[in-house]
Design a protein around this ligand. Structure first.
Ligand code: MOS
Length: 755
């Protein structure tokens, strides 16, 4: 196994924060000791629609230790509502008014000396409701429909005449697919600790974007940005759930101000299902038309997504499915379905995961109809240019991924007939699917300091949500400044630091590493220029661009070198550089935007001159018991082309984790809804199923080498979400191959295979 070595980019490197995490010295936000903190407990709505007519707080106030109870009756108007996820439409409100938008909405906050007292008092809060019948989801009476394109000024990608081409096609597939509600369920609960230091608010909260939380809370409370500091040094999982603001934060801040005392909230696991976001249930209708040799001539993808009443949040994954294959006639449309639910949000490759399940299942159905190998169907429709705008992919190694994964999996031994492969009582199914995710990058800033001893300090408000951000940042600095990774200290997760962009959309490594490399390169330039301008030393009069920092020395190609301490001494001892990076294609005011908590992205899917995606191919073996229909996944193979892999150790973990999420989504995960009450019924980790070790066999990850310097100078495409995108379809396609049963609704469970 790899150890920490003087690393270059691409060297397998163990997590520099691993020891802190496994020994317990890593302080997650709610672990940070805050003296004299009072404790908050949330009261949440038991109805899904209506209004709060009143409270009886007398019994709650009698609980010893109770300090304060916030309800809309006394705090409405003191906090502006938070923004909806992605800024789409409006957020559901909480203590701003008496309106109940959804079940589990925060309607009161109880503060007490102890957690136990706050919890006891919260349970004694009596709420009088005026309920109305709620609409829970698709097909519920009372939902309203709206075009996503119209609601969010986005487009439904289309080209040619898909309907006519479908009507005329020789071979056709038409089918509907569905994915369920899912919740992120990160290990770390949704926590917030707020304290006021004079007029400055300090917030400890797990976050994927501390500058975003800072800006939102400042706006909500009417504070200057500088008067809010958000700290999130370690994060116990994100999966998208910590990307935006949620309602709790500003109320805890307000509670702390009212009491003039720090207040700490650790919401319960069950409350996390309704006070944060989730992946909404989706439906899809696909029509594929092809020539007998497999050439796609028509592709239509209609999607439906649930959201809350006031928000227009949707993921609209047709931006990906419309452009993945060569096809002259494409039509797509996404419809938002408003229900009495909390607002969904970003979760684990939000657009691609549900939409690729539909497309890559349909492609498998088309391959069956054509009697064509599913890999060959993809090859037949591979393209270097996306079909909607005719833009070239900056790089595209989809088929190289299919070939590498097929080889590793042993795909050539597959017998195509469903149910034809068997081991004793187990039906064996082999399935595959394409994975893809857009390659984007955010504006970001960083400060880097180098001492004469070769110690490096990197400061940037990046976020390590378990992905290995600490380590890749240290590796980049070590690589550029020619020192060991162990010489680099990395300070992240603090909005007082220069913004590192948001840890979401698989952009973080690209965003942060690019700006850290830029700062390091400027340090090297300063040192080299000082060395070449000097009258003494080995490089006097030399060309500064010919010098590099390596092995704690300044070096020339001919082997001449000077120790780092001598080279740095010319600059007064310590060299510090602050750098900003504004990626081409990002908004012109991107650096300003990230300081103000707004993502400033060059999105690989929205550029004018090219399209940038990472690609992969995923192969899965399932075994379905012939009698009981029990489903097992003994092995999965994924091959991925995602540009530069900075750290193969953590990259492999991320891609493997993504593949496991995919198996989880395909076979296990679903939040069950009580349709009469519009509530979540399995809102805990006992009944919200996720795979355990015994559910996951071998998961093999391969990297397909790829250089793409269009995406950014380091060629980093991002891998946080790629690994999950094809898995749902790969599992479903394998189940079809095992059983001959095409399951178009996730998750696939025993009962679905009993028919
Ligand atoms: Mo990810 S769902 O973009 O945090």
């Amino acid at each position: 196994m790899a150890t920490i070595v003087p690393a270059a980019i691409g060297t397998p490197t163990l997590r520099i924060d691993g020891r802190a995490k496994v020994t317990g010295s890593a302080r997650y936000p709610s672990d940070v000791a805050v003296p004299n903190a009072a404790h908050a407990f949330l009261v949440t709505s038991t109805i899904a629609r209506g209004r709060v007519a009143g409270f009886d707080l007398a019994e709650a106030r009698r609980v010893p230790g109770v300090l304060d109870i916030l309800t809309h009756e006394d705090v409405a108007g003191q906090v502006q509502p938070p923004s909806a996820p992605g800024g789409k439409g409006k957020a559901t409100t909480t203590l701003e008014s008496d309106i109940v938008w959804h079940a589990g909405q925060i309607i009161a906050v109880v503060i007490a000396d102890s957690y136990e007292a706050a919890r006891e008092a919260a349970h004694k809060v009596v709420v009088r409701y005026e309920p109305q019948p709620p609409a829970a989801s698709f097909d519920s009476p009372g939902v309203t429909l709206e075009s996503a394109a119209a609601a969010n000024k986005q487009s439904d990608p289309q080209v040619g005449d898909a309907a006519a081409a479908f009507a005329a096609a020789d071979v056709k597939i038409e089918a509907s697919y569905a994915t369920p509600t899912q919740h992120h369920n990160p290990m770390e609960l949704f926590t917030t600790t707020c304290l006021w230091s004079g007029d400055r608010l300090i917030i400890h909260e797990p976050s994927q974007f501390v500058h975003g939380v800072r800006a939102e809370v400042a706006r909500q409370l009417g504070l200057n940005l500088e008067h809010v500091r958000v700290l999130s040094r370690f994060v116990g999982g994100g999966f998208g759930s910590r990307g935006g603001i949620t309602a709790r934060t500003a109320w805890i801040a307000l509670a702390a101000r009212r009491l003039n005392r720090p207040v700490k909230l650790v919401a319960t696991r069950s409350q996390g299902f309704t006070i944060a976001t989730y992946r909404a249930e989706t439906r899809h209708h696909l029509r594929l038309g092809a020539t007998p040799d497999g050439t796609l001539v028509s592709l239509s993808h209609d999607g439906w997504e649930v959201t809350s009443r006031p928000s227009t949040y949707n993921v609209s994954g047709t931006g990906t499915t419309a452009r993945l294959y060569r096809c002259d006639n494409v039509a797509t449309k996404v419809t938002i379905v408003h229900a009495d639910r909390n607002t969904p949000g970003f979760m684990r490759a939000p657009p691609e995961t549900p939409y690729l399940f539909a497309l890559e299942s349909a492609m498998d159905e088309l391959a069956v109809a054509l009697k064509l190998d599913p890999v060959e169907l993809r090859r037949c429709n591979d393209t270097a240019v996306e079909p909607i705008h005719g833009l070239p992919y900056s790089s595209r190694n989809l088929m190289a991924c299919f070939d590498a994964a097929a080889e590793a999996f042993g795909w050539k031994d597959r017998s195509a007939e469903p149910g034809s492969m068997r081991a004793d009582d187990w039906l064996i199914g082999w399935g595959c699917a394409a994975a893809t995710y857009h390659a984007s990058i955010s504006a970001a800033a960083a400060r880097v300091q180098l001492t004469p001893e070769g110690s490096v300090r990197v400061e940037t408000a990046a976020h390590d949500i378990g992905t290995g951000a600490y380590t890749v940042i240290a590796m980049i600095a070590a690589d550029r400044l020619g020192v060991g990774v162990d010489k680099v200290s990395v300070l992240i997760g603090d909005s007082d630091l220069p913004p590192g962009g948001l840890a979401a959309g698989s952009t973080h490594t690209a965003s942060v590493c690019t700006v850290v490399a830029k700062a390091c390169d400027q340090i090297k330039e300063r040192i080299a220029e000082a060395a070449t301008r000097a009258n003494e030393g080995p490089f006097a009069g030399a060309d500064p661009t010919s010098l590099v920092l390596s092995q704690a020395s300044l070096r020339a190609a001919n082997g001449t070198s000077e120790p780092l301490d001598k080279a740095v001494a010319r600059l007064g001892g310590v060299v510090e550089v602050y750098a900003e990076n504004l990626p081409p294609g990002a908004p012109a005011r991107g650096a300003h935007m990230v300081y103000h908590g707004q993502p400033a992205m060059a999105r690989g899917s929205e550029l004018k001159d090219q399209i940038r995606h990472s690609f992969g191919a995923q192969f899965v073996e399932v075994r379905v018991h012939a009698l009981t229909r029990e489903i097992r996944v003994p092995r999965a193979v994924g091959a991925f082309a995602a540009g530069t892999i900075v750290n193969p150790v953590t990259a492999r973990s991320q891609l493997m984790g993504g593949m496991i999420w995919g198996i989880s989504a395909a076979l296990h995960e679903a939040t069950e809804i009580d349709h009469a009450r519009a509530t979540y019924t399995n809102d805990d980790l006992a009944e919200y199923l996720v795979p355990v070790n015994a559910d996951i066999g071998t998961v093999e990850v391969q990297f397909v080498p790829e250089e793409d310097h269009h995406v950014n100078p380091l060629g980093i495409k991002g891998i946080g979400e790629l690994g999950t995108t094809g898995m749902n379809a790969a599992v479903a396609n394998a189940v079809y191959h095992a059983t001959g049963m095409r399951i178009r609704k996730l998750p696939i469970r025993i009962e679905g295979l009993l028919a």
